[in-house]
Ligand binder design. Structure first.
Ligand code: EPS
Length: 397
């Protein structure tokens, strides 16, 4: 079972993750992880924090001489901003704890953030205890774990990319075809869109939102190619791959919607305009010797991969920290107040695409190891190759 957990606060000393269940023998360099961490730090509309951080991973377990050993993979990323927050975030009690200003206590809870719900649930008086962990800074370690999952999947020719298709009311024109390296093509744009015309309008919209003290949401499309038919299962609710992808995506901070294939649009048209007609295609083992006329299903039927590209769209609401704040309640006094305005981003939708890629990589690597599981990469490869050659002879054989 592939599983991971993360820990660490946005302005604490460091972020950590443990990824358990990776087979031995997966080639893995810190630079491979760092390349993904760097991608997550980009995107027009980020705040000053991203100029402070230079996220770089240290392996502290599970990797030796450039390969995984099969042991839990332990990873650490330092927060460079920690040096500015040591007094505020010190794990030890301090004599000046009572000085609210010095401790950056937050009580004017932000609508749309975890500030109030978390503070009440965990019975804290300072929402900083909540927001430091609710911060999307945590996604750094998801991207680190996702980079390891991608490294394993890449051994089998699976590749994952994303691009931004909507930002703050502006649609990008859908590309005629996805570029061969979708991730790299999108990374060339400051908002990670493939539509140069929309890019200019999106940048102008981000500038306008910043002037107005506002924030913007958007939608990214995530695509995985090179998958075989047969990951996931139809037999139980919690093994259906679409459900697992939905959960993974909705766990990303501020993500409010997920679509697979046609998604919501499938509800508005008849079945003949939704389902993908099939034709014999004996030379295509990944799709079970079948070719589909279209891929409206987005690469999943019955909770199982079809072998067509897996297509997921992920919608993010605007960030909750507004420089021109909404009305709220000060939980220290009970009085009406303006919400706190902390340093933040105008938009992080371009980065969300990179995070969604990582989450998809983790779900797919988990399903991959369930299907082809082994303790070494070679064992996984033998299981995978034997399955594909079996499937190649199935339809019409
Ligand atoms: C975040 C607020 C900003 C973002 C941060 C998420 O940080 P700060 O409060 O330090 O200005 O930059 O995102 C990251 C640090 C990151 O690495 O993505 C928030 O409140 O969620």
């Amino acid at each position: 079972m592939l599983r991971f957990t993360t820990a660490g606060e946005s302005h604490g000393p460091s972020l950590v993750a443990i990824l358990e269940g990776m087979p031995a023998g997966v080639p893995l360099l810190a630079a491979t992880v760092d390349a993904q961490l760097h991608r997550r730090q980009q995107g027009y509309g980020r705040g000053r924090r991203m100029q402070i951080e230079r996220d770089a991973v240290s392996f502290t377990g599970g990797v030796r001489a450039g390969e995984t050993t099969g042991a839990p993979i332990a990873m650490l990323v330092q927060n460079r901003d920690w040096k500015n927050w040591e007094d505020v975030m010190d794990p030890a009690p301090r004599a000046d704890d009572a000085e609210a200003g010095r401790r950056r206590v937050l009580t004017r809870v932000r609508p749309g953030h975890a500030d109030l719900t978390g503070l009440l649930k965990y019975d804290r008086t300072d929402a900083r205890d909540i927001l430091e962990r609710a911060s999307a800074r945590e996604t750094t370690m998801r991207v680190a774990c996702g980079a390891v999952a991608r490294a394993m999947l890449a051994e089998f020719g699976v590749s994952i990319g994303s691009h931004l298709v909507h930002l703050g009311g502006i649609d990008a024109a859908p590309p005629a075809a996805w570029p061969a390296d979708l991730a790299a093509a999108a990374d060339a744009s400051p908002v990670r869109t493939l539509d140069a015309d929309a890019e200019a309008r999106m940048i102008a919209a981000i500038d306008a939102a910043k002037r107005e003290g506002n924030t913007l949401g958007g939608v990214c499309e995530v695509v995985a190619t090179g998958l075989p038919v047969g990951l996931g299962s139809h037999v139980s609710w919690d093994r259906k791959l679409d459900g697992r992808i939905g959960q993974a995506m909705l766990s990303i901070p501020a993500v409010k919607g997920v679509e697979i294939g046609l998604g919501f649009a499938a509800a508005r048209v008849p079945g003949s305009a939704v389902h993908d007609a099939m034709h014999p295609d004996p030379g295509a083992p990944r799709t079970g010797g079948v070719r589909r006329e279209s891929n409206r299903a987005g690469g999943l039927e019955g909770g199982i991969t079809t072998g067509e590209p897996l297509v997921v769209r992920v919608a993010m609401k605007p960030i909750a920290t507004l420089m021109r704040p909404l009305a709220t309640v000060d939980v220290a006094t009970g009085a009406a107040a303006d919400a706190a305005a902390e340093r933040s981003d105008v938009t992080a939708v371009p980065a969300m695409g990179v995070i969604a890629e990582a989450m998809l990589a983790l779900v797919l690597a988990q399903a991959w190891l369930e299907k082809f599981g082994g303790d070494s990469l070679d064992e996984v490869r033998r299981n995978h190759d034997a399955y594909l050659s079996h499937v190649a002879g199935r339809v019409g054989a």
